[in-house]
Design a protein around this ligand. Structure first.
Ligand SMILES: [Zn+2]
Length: 194
């Protein structure tokens, strides 16, 4: 019965749960755009009467995000200098289309940004949450960690905008309170954010 429940979860359109096996506990998380199976504990040393939880995976079911969207967003961030700025990448489950969304900004300074996440129309999903740190370094701040604690999305911070060495990008997958390194860039045809 346990195996059947795990198989149902793995095949679900959306949801999450934990599988326990003799090689540890695995978070199984599904969104229409994401299939994520990641170990959340090391192998359990006590006897566990189950088999393996299976191989880890982190697959973008929506496919890679078109590179042009990242270029547009980086242009927008450059234009907003010296202030921070933000953008979202949305994906339509029915059509497979991607779109960028520039949020309403309530407050923007070189070190602080308050913005509203998009109100999603039916079928649209928020895939990627991108904000800039202006000319400052790209890293996830304590504020960013608090903002990302409950979301499932790809998060990117862009820093060193306008710097001769070009922008710097920090990335992670936020999943059910966990921050997971991205195994590869979520954008098509390029090495950014790997
Ligand atoms: Zn930040």
């Amino acid at each position: 019965m346990t195996l059947l429940a795990v198989d149902t979860l793995r095949a679900a359109r959306a949801g999450h749960g934990f599988a326990i096996g003799n090689d540890g506990v695995m978070l199984i998380l599904r969104r229409p755009w994401l299939a994520l199976d990641i170990p959340v504990t090391p192998p359990i040393s006590a006897y566990v009467p189950y088999g393996s939880v299976g191989d880890p995976r982190a697959d973008l079911l929506c496919g890679l995000i078109p590179h042009e969207l990242l270029d547009q967003i980086l242009d927008h961030f450059l234009a907003a200098l010296p202030n921070e700025a933000a953008a979202f990448v949305l994906w339509n489950e029915a059509t497979g289309a991607f779109a960028s969304h520039l949020p309403g900004i309530e407050e923007a300074t070189p070190s602080r940004l308050v913005y509203r996440p998009p109100v999603l129309q039916p079928g649209w999903h928020l895939i990627c949450d991108i904000h800039s740190h202006g000319a400052g370094p790209a890293y996830f701040s304590a504020t960013d960690n608090a903002d990302d604690a409950y979301a499932t999305k790809i998060a990117l911070v862009v820093g060193q905008l306008g710097h001769p060495d070009g922008p710097q990008i920090a990335s992670r997958l936020c999943a059910n309170g966990m921050f997971v390194p991205l195994p590869r860039s979520p954008f098509s045809g390029e090495p950014h954010a790997a």
